[in-house]
Ligand binder design. Sequence first.
Ligand SMILES: [Zn+2]
Length: 109
Amino acid sequence: MMQIINKYSHNHKACVDYFFNMKWPTGFYCEKCGCVHYYFLENRNVFECAKCGHQHYLFARTIFQDNKLPLFKLILGLYLFFSANKGCSAIEMASQLNVNYKTALKLCR
Ligand SMILES: [Zn+2]
């Protein structure tokens, strides 16, 4: 747990990489043109294809599509969820992440 916090809490790039690797396990590719080169627009968490300019949002078509939480809290939430033996308690998640119960419940699902 401390490892996760140390690695991601103040490192936005590391957080982005985490989700990048989930979205593109074999590296970036553009679903429009197949190009593998991109520009990263950091303030919007968008990957823009270097060839056709198509923009790929980090969370597009993932379970986090409507997420408003900081990336770090999501990573921590995932960690808590997958490291828990008997699944995840939303109450515990809420207190660990310092988010409200409703948000925690959504994460757990
Ligand atoms: Zn493209």
